[in-house]
Design a protein around this ligand. Sequence first.
Ligand SMILES: CCCCCCCC/C=C\CCCCCCCC(=O)OC[C@H](COP(=O)(O)O[C@@H]1[C@H](O)[C@H](OP(=O)(O)O)[C@@H](O)[C@H](O)[C@H]1O)OC(=O)CCCCCCC/C=C\CCCCCCCC
Ligand SMILES: Nc1ccn([C@@H]2O[C@H](COP(=O)(O)O)[C@@H](O)[C@H]2O)c(=O)n1
Ligand SMILES: [Mg+2]
Ligand SMILES: [Mg+2]
Length: 222
Amino acid sequence: MLNKYARAFFTRVLTPFAALLIRLGVSPDAVTLTGTAGVCAGALVFYPRGEFFWGTVVITLFVFSDLVDGNMARQLGRSSRWGAFLDSTLDRVADGAIFGGLTLWYAGRGDDNVLCAVTIFCLASGQVVSYTKARGESIGLPVNVNGLVERAERLVISLVACGFSGLHKFGVPHIDILLPIALWIVAVGSAVTLVQRVVTVRREAAEADAGERTVPQGGEAR
Ligand SMILES: CCCCCCCC/C=C\CCCCCCCC(=O)OC[C@H](COP(=O)(O)O[C@@H]1[C@H](O)[C@H](OP(=O)(O)O)[C@@H](O)[C@H](O)[C@H]1O)OC(=O)CCCCCCC/C=C\CCCCCCCC
Ligand SMILES: Nc1ccn([C@@H]2O[C@H](COP(=O)(O)O)[C@@H](O)[C@H]2O)c(=O)n1
Ligand SMILES: [Mg+2]
Ligand SMILES: [Mg+2]
């Protein structure tokens, strides 16, 4: 949903910044790599210590690089298969760091086995949701479904809740309840999305296989 409705807005806002980076001689790949390094640093330095506010501030500063890199590549007319591969692969690394950092908190000083398990589920299910699309497309299917909770939703729900929960350390009472609520929402939403994508791939695969059986290559329909 965000990918559909918010992308156009962020493209307009970020285009001048992307153009500036191009004029400075920065490459899209450098932005992809720097953005991922920044997100990983923010998540793995701050989250395991329960510094949710500052961790989220650092991550937010870097996570938009994921919209800037593609914007730069398109402005340069240099959108490439390598760029698409690098972008998606490093998305998985960044997601792993965000939910990994939260997992380390709940496994350590946050000391909550249930939320630790929910966070691991968010991490694993998010990666599998992305995999379903990549694998489906790699076997030649359109995978015409995005599902309830795509990556943008997973990030926005988790990061907004994390940032606000971090205000608990500055004396705002009860606000830390937002993070567990968000994690449960992302976990359930990812499970639903996974089912939506698997069902779609199953239908598309059955249709494609049936089409191949009725019309053999170079032959007439039986
Ligand atoms: C006092 C309060 C403290 C508050 C602290 C700050 C709060 C932080 C708030 C928000 C931060 C949100 C940032 C989220 C930005 C997300 C940007 C992003 O990375 O989007 C990427 C996404 C997809 O790009 P790709 O095509 O490269 O990705 C593909 C896709 O992800 C596939 O995913 P999947 O299959 O898993 O579903 C992958 O398969 C594929 O491999 C991958 O390549 O881009 C978009 O979707 C575009 C839309 C971006 C929308 C961003 C919306 C941000 C909106 C609101 C921010 C709210 C701010 C509220 C702050 C309140 C503070 C007072
Ligand atoms: N280093 C990069 C990064 C991205 N691309 C291209 O942009 C597409 C992704 O666009 P986003 O707006 O989602 O970042 C990607 O599929 C590539 O075509 C690139 O070429 N080099
Ligand atoms: Mg990108
Ligand atoms: Mg990306």
